[in-house]
Design a protein around this ligand. Structure first.
Ligand SMILES: Nc1ncnc2c1ncn2[C@@H]1O[C@H](COP(=O)(O)OP(=O)(O)OP(=O)(O)O)[C@@H](O)[C@H]1O
Ligand SMILES: [Mg+2]
Length: 425
């Protein structure tokens, strides 16, 4: 089939005309509930545009550990469906057109140098963009810098505070086309999805409104710190919280290798707990984090490591992370090992005293807002354990701050360090 036949074959829901009209727009944003034909529509539109003109297209998402996580499969299926197989060559990691067009696939999270290396991109499609963090957007957007280049964004909204929602819907940039598109706009809405949709509507109307109607909710379903985060918002405790050079900084760690390592930087100021910075990354050595920590110009008090920091690691010639950090000259404490529910309670007790820096803790705040209880697959009820996901590491490290503050007796046994008397109660 040639291009003219493919164009004649491709049908789009009416709302997707915004993908072609106006002919130039810096941003095109499609958001809404599940099954709105966003992904299919964008895939088809890009395949047709790249068959007409030579384009370099970057398909990005926040989390992509392998090409399987990307839209490579969706594009490949749509190529077959449009009858463009003769035009596009599909390899394991890329898709190339006979006219020199090319599709690339990248995960944004922790891949900053890789993202920056993409030059001359005409269109960047960011799929499942609800999870894209502020820092990922801040790297990606200036990378897409070719004259007349465009950024296409598709997502299912979740929380109003999510950066993607704030950036594109609450405060849309100039030169941005936005369309909300839901299942009711999709003429090919599949019957299987209709059954799922109707079942959820009966079971849980609030969840239904978010999942299918694309309405933001106040807190995620089963949010562990729902009330605490709402109070922090209402009481204005998410604000500018600068480093106070008169006080040292405590760094509280959750350690991971394939999973993220998360670190909160905390100052205890009078009765207040100042969260001045949060960072996370993965597949980095502890020495990497220590050198990053030196760039902030803080005076450090104690580095609080979780108990698994005491394990000897193969990667570090049989030394434990605790030993490496001590050898680097830091004061180290191990946060006590307690049941998760106890440390959640400990975190709840400190929450009202916490002041978060809006900018520097943006990713950590996302973790706290999205940290939620797992759902038992049998009963469909929330279990007592939180879900292990991309947000849980930042929340785990935050739980450890609760332990740091709430367990002075245990802490005292280990070393001579004591928190200020005001923390003992
Ligand atoms: N142009 C089309 N032609 C035929 N069927 C389509 C078309 N677009 C969408 N569909 C059907 O609608 C279904 C949902 O579309 P799609 O996966 O694009 O929705 P979505 O908005 O990306 O959903 P989600 O928010 O769940 O990712 C597809 O699986 C397909 O069955
Ligand atoms: Mg989709």
């Amino acid at each position: 089939m040639n291009l003219a036949q493919a164009i004649a074959k491709a049908e789009f829901p009416e709302k997707l005309s915004c993908l072609f009209d106006p002919p130039r727009s810096r941003y095109r944003v499609l958001f809404g509930g599940r099954g709105g034909a966003k992904s299919w529509g964008v895939a088809r539109a890009l395949l047709i545009l790249a068959a007409r003109d030579q384009l370099r297209i970057l398909c990005a998402r926040e989390y992509q550990t392998s090409i399987k996580d990307s839209v490579h499969k969706l594009l490949s299926d749509q190529i077959a469906d449009l009858g463009l197989d003769g035009f596009y060559e599909i390899t394991q990691a890329s898709i190339k057109g006979k006219n020199g067009s090319e599709f690339f696939f990248v995960g944004l999270k922790n891949n900053i140098s890789n993202v920056k290396s993409f030059e001359g991109i005409d269109v960047c499609w960011v799929e499942e963009a609800q999870t894209v963090s502020k820092s990922s957007w801040n790297v990606l957007i200036p990378t897409i810098r070719k004259e007349h280049s465009e950024i296409w964004v598709t997502f299912n909204p979740e929380l109003e505070t999510d950066d993607t929602f704030q950036r594109f819907v609450a405060h849309p940039p100039k030169d941005c086309v936005i369309e909300k598109i839901d299942w009711s706009d999709n003429p090919w809405f599949p019957e299987t999805l209709r059954l799922e949709k109707d079942a959820l509507k009966e079971r849980d109307i609030e969840a239904y409104n978010t999942v299918w109607e694309g309405v933001c909710r106040q807190t995620v379903d089963g949010a562990v710190f729902a009330r605490e985060m709402q109070a922090a918002d209402l009481e204005g405790r998410i604000m500018k919280v600068p480093y106070d050079p008169a006080k040292p900084v405590h760094a509280v760690f959750d350690l991971g290798w394939a999973d993220a390592t998360a670190i909160w930087f905390v100052q205890f100021i009078g009765m207040e707990i100042h969260l001045i910075r949060y960072i996370e990354d993965n597949q980095r050595t502890i020495s990497h984090y220590l050198s990053v920590m030196q760039t902030y110009g803080y005076v450090y008090d104690t580095l609080w490591l979780p108990h698994d920091a005491q394990n000897k690691t193969l990667a570090a010639n049989g030394r434990s992370i605790e030993e490496i950090v001590r050898a680097a000259g830091y004061k180290v404490q191990i946060t006590s090992k307690v049941p998760v529910s106890d440390s959640i309670n400990a975190a709840r007790t400190i929450f009202p005293k916490c002041y978060f820096d809006r900018e520097e803790c943006a990713e950590g705040l996302q973790c706290l807002r999205h940290y939620r209880y797992d759902v038992d697959p049998d009963t469909k009820m929330f279990s007592k354990s939180p879900l292990h996901d991309n947000y849980s590491h930042g929340a785990d490290a935050f739980r450890y701050i609760g332990l740091v503050v709430n367990e002075p007796r245990k802490v005292k046994k280990q070393t001579t360090y004591q928190l200020p008397a005001s923390w003992m109660g």
